[in-house]
Write a protein that binds this ligand. Structure first.
Ligand SMILES: NC(=O)N[C@@H](CC(=O)O)C(=O)O
Ligand SMILES: [Zn+2]
Ligand SMILES: [Zn+2]
Length: 428
């Protein structure tokens, strides 16, 4: 099978035809259309390396009513992704080699994106005893990213030992930075004037910042790699900027929702906007945008967190934390960063594909658009105007904070190793 992508703008720079054969880019230039099995007209479209999501919740095993590995893979493909890292907070938790292999194999069977399990840092996310880190790393699933996401690795001694351990095989610890004493389990609204007025338990920025500060020092001490999940405050960015200047091996991700949505959305008590960490004020949002543009934040990650209706439709304090993100991430980044002139398409490729692939240690993702690269590709229509409708989602859940929003730029097609998974914005 030979697929020709005709007249795409590579990273928004030069225009060329891409000839894809046996899962690999065979030619970049002017294609011979005669030999093509399929021609994709990419006039006006931007070609990017397939997107890589460092932070996805697929809910299988355990909560297949909210999402399955198949439905989450469908959402990922529609969102332009060719690889996702599936978080460990499933039931059972991904804390053994066997559990990691099961997720990996179900991902293979779905066949729409590469599903890489994230391993838990501690057994059953309990925060005390290290999980089977080495066995997960050596398993067929080749786990490199470890996280207790949903919970913070709160005990500094456990965090230190985990960092030391993963260093031996080039792994990384992705930390959900939330000091549980400063922001306890009911904390659900950015602490400030609004949380007081709404009567919601406050989740202060400092609860994130103290953990980020502690962990960069542990990363320095151990010489190991730290990744900070869903960074949400200007103070965390100051710490990251300092740590990077010291040469400490720390990376960080920001979610699309923290790049655009603000805490005032909580004034209607709509649980759709309840997420961990919480939506922040406009000053933090602006600091996150600036940090993504200048490279202090390395990657955009969705934290796609589907929840069944009966877990979300409650009084605000009782509802589950989390929102959908896979299908809309590219459109949000395009709207907030590209249309506003703060990033070019090569920066989108870097923050949504190349760098996340490198952080996760993936070998066949985030590649250059050149001859010999695996044909994991995303075609973006940069001028498409979309109004998000939660009913259109292929996710099993409907906790979509983007419903009704107008965004500019959308995913037109996705190819996984040369095979189209999405065409004209729909599953192929
Ligand atoms: N982000 C969320 O609000 N929820 C996530 C857990 C997490 O990422 O902390 C979930 O698993 O639902
Ligand atoms: Zn988290
Ligand atoms: Zn998460």
């Amino acid at each position: 099978m030979t697929v020709v992508i005709r007249g795409a703008s590579l990273l928004g720079e030069t225009t060329a035809d891409l000839t894809v054969e046996d899962g690999v880019i065979r030619d970049v230039g002017t294609a011979d259309l005669g030999g093509a099995t399929q021609v994709i007209d990419a006039d006006g479209l931007i070609a990017l390396p397939g997107l890589v999501d460092l932070h996805t919740h697929l809910r299988e095993p355990g909560r297949e009513d909210a999402e399955t590995i198949l439905s989450g893979s469908m959402a990922a493909a529609v969102g332009g992704y060719t690889a996702v890292l599936a978080m460990a907070n499933t039931s059972p938790v991904t804390d053994t080699a066997e559990n990691a292999e099961r997720v990996h194999d179900l991902g293979r069977r779905a066949g729409l994106v590469d599903v890489h399990p994230v391993g838990a840092v501690t057994r059953d996310l309990g925060g005390q005893e290290l999980a089977e880190l080495g066995l997960m790393a050596r398993s067929r699933a080749r786990v490199r990213v470890f996280s207790d996401d949903g919970r913070c690795v709160d005990d500094a001694r456990v965090m230190r030992r985990a960092l030391e351990y993963v260093r031996t095989f080039g792994g990384v610890i992705s930390q959900h930075a939330q000091d549980p004493h400063l922001a306890g389990p009911t904390a659900c609204c950015h602490e400030g004037e609004l949380s007081g007025r709404l009567g919601l338990p406050g989740w202060p920025g400092i609860a994130e910042e103290v953990v980020v500060a502690r962990d960069v020092m542990l990363a320095r001490h151990t010489g190991s790699r730290l990744h900070v999940a869903h960074v949400s405050t200007a103070g965390s960015i100051e710490v990251l900027r300092w740590a990077k200047a010291q040469g400490i091996a720390v990376t960080a991700e920001v979610t699309p929702h923290h790049l655009l949505l603000t805490t005032d959305l909580l004034s209607g008590y709509d649980p759709t906007f309840k997420v961990n960490p919480p939506l922040r004020p406009a000053e933090d949002v602006e600091a996150l945008r600036a940090a993504l543009a200048d490279g202090t934040i390395d990657a955009v990650a969705t934290d796609h967190a589907p929840h069944a209706r009966h877990d979300k439709e409650h009084a605000f304090v009782d509802a589950a934390f989390g929102m959908l993100g896979l299908e809309t991430a590219l459109s949000v980044v395009s709207t907030v960063m590209v249309r506003e002139g703060r990033m070019g398409w090569s920066d989108v490729a870097r923050t949504m594909s190349t760098t996340p692939s490198r952080i996760a240690g993936l070998e066949d993702q985030g590649q250059a658009l050149s001859v010999g690269s695996p044909a994991n590709l995303t075609l973006v229509d940069p001028t498409a105007e979309v109004t998000v409708d939660r009913a259109d989602s292929v996710s099993l859940s409907r906790n979509n904070p983007w419903h009704g929003r107008r965004l500019t730029g959308s995913v037109h097609a996705t190819l996984l190793r040369g095979v189209p998974t999405v065409l004209e914005g729909k599953l192929a």
